[in-house]
Write a protein that binds this ligand. Structure first.
Ligand SMILES: NC(=O)c1ccc[n+]([C@@H]2O[C@H](COP(=O)([O-])OP(=O)(O)OC[C@H]3O[C@@H](n4cnc5c(N)ncnc54)[C@H](O)[C@@H]3O)[C@@H](O)[C@H]2O)c1
Length: 369
């Protein structure tokens, strides 16, 4: 059996998906036997990029095109990855849905809540399977973080407050983010909260929502850097309160310091849980303390435990969460199951982000019903 794939956008994340798919294919990681993954077509408006990829053709692509419609209207293609600047997600999504393609759509999903609602209605109408690129849900470290939070045997006591700080280097013209579209609101819509912090807002939903829903939100969004003439925010501070009174701050920053680093601390009556200096590939500290007793975790041990718990096949890949999200998506499509996380989960994060912009603009507290 063949799974034929098309990828639109071959920049940073498009290449990560292509590399993940290559490793899944070469290491035979798919759960069903006899499945052959083909990258049928890739599309990018930048012909130079396509020519470079054509040279050694590391992903064994059958056809390269500057026109995304070539893949959307290719009847042999089952799955389309959308990895372009955010502006184009909705248009490609709706066209591909009409053609019955299953879709992996990168985050942010689209520019407005109405657009995402429309995409959800297309997903339902055309009966397609869709996953969004909210990749923190596939990080072993955050999986473990949640396991600890939900472990009733641990005597943490009541949860009191949290601080979650995410610092990323301005993703403009750097080695990791060579492109410049993120400084243009007509292509990117907004900055550190919408473009990057959506991962963090979604992570809060993943970690905390099972205990209580959000009840209140107060945000301060700042436009400090002149890099974008003040049109793209570089500071977002969200004060979030849950129905059980638990509250804390999410702080997102784009500056010129660290590439990408997170610190997350939750305080309880009898202790704390802290993750410090987490880059996705390394961390300084991951530990909890209960009544003066500490327990520390290493990334290696947590990853081994995660792979065992999730029953993932053994792999030599070091792509981590990106490999797992792709593997999960392909398995969902093969088993005709709803992929995770889907558009509804993404919509929830987008909704909080929109309310945060509103709260900051109007200097008001948003009450959730
Ligand atoms: N999930 C994650 O961790 C993650 C990480 C990075 C980026 N992203 C998201 O992925 C998307 C792409 O980001 P990126 O960093 O890969 O950007 P990028 O600039 O590195 O790559 C985008 C590619 O799309 C191409 N492109 C632009 N307009 C196009 C069009 N109309 N048709 C076809 N190709 C087009 C560009 O030439 C470029 O090669 C964004 O929505 C971004 O937010 C997600």
């Amino acid at each position: 059996m063949n799974i034929n794939i098309g990828v639109i956008g071959t920049g940073l994340i498009g290449l990560i998906h292509l590399f993940s798919l290559k490793q899944i294919k070469e290491e035979n990681l798919i759960s069903k036997n006899g499945v052959n993954i083909n990258i049928k077509q890739i599309a990018d408006i930048d012909e130079n990029k396509l020519n470079k990829l054509k040279k050694n053709n590391p992903y064994n692509v059958e056809r390269f095109t500057t026109n995304p419609e070539d893949l959307i209207y290719d009847n042999s293609i089952d799955i389309i990855y959308i990895a372009t600047p955010t502006k184009f997600h909705k248009e490609f999504f709706c066209k591909a849905a009409e053609e019955g393609k299953n879709i992996f759509c990168e985050k942010p999903i689209a520019f407005s809540l109405d657009d995402i609602k429309e995409m959800i209605s297309y997903e339902k109408k055309y009966g397609i399977l869709t996953q969004t690129g909210l990749v923190l849900r596939y990080c072993p470290i955050f999986w473990k973080f949640k396991e600890i939070l939900l472990d009733k045997n641990l005597q943490f006591g009541e949860r009191l407050s949290f601080i979650f700080r995410d610092t990323q280097e301005w993703p403009l013209g750097t080695q990791t983010h060579p492109s410049e579209w993120r400084k243009d609101p007509s292509l990117a819509y907004a900055g550190c909260l919408y473009e990057h912090g959506i991962h963090d807002v979604d992570l809060l939903n993943y970690l905390f929502n099972e205990e209580a829903e959000i009840s209140k939100l107060k945000a301060k969004i700042r436009y400090v850097s002149q890099l974008t003439q003040g049109s793209i925010e570089d500071v977002a501070i969200l004060n979030i309160e849950y129905l059980d009174g638990f509250s804390g701050n999410l702080i997102g920053i784009w500056n010129n310091a660290r590439m990408d680093e997170r610190r997350f601390e939750v305080s309880f009556e009898n202790g704390f849980l802290v993750l410090d200096g987490y880059t996705g590939f390394s961390l300084n500290k991951f530990e909890y303390l209960i009544k003066k007793k500490k327990k520390r975790f290493t990334m290696k041990d947590v990853t081994i435990e995660y792979l065992e718990q999730k029953n993932y096949p053994k792999t030599t890949s070091n792509l981590g969460p990106y490999l797992y999200e792709n593997l999960s998506f392909l398995n969902s499509v093969l088993n005709e199951e709803k992929p995770y996380p889907g558009l509804e989960i993404g919509y929830k994060a987008h909704n909080i982000i929109e309310l945060a912009y509103q709260s900051s603009k109007e200097n008001t507290i948003i009450n959730f019903n």
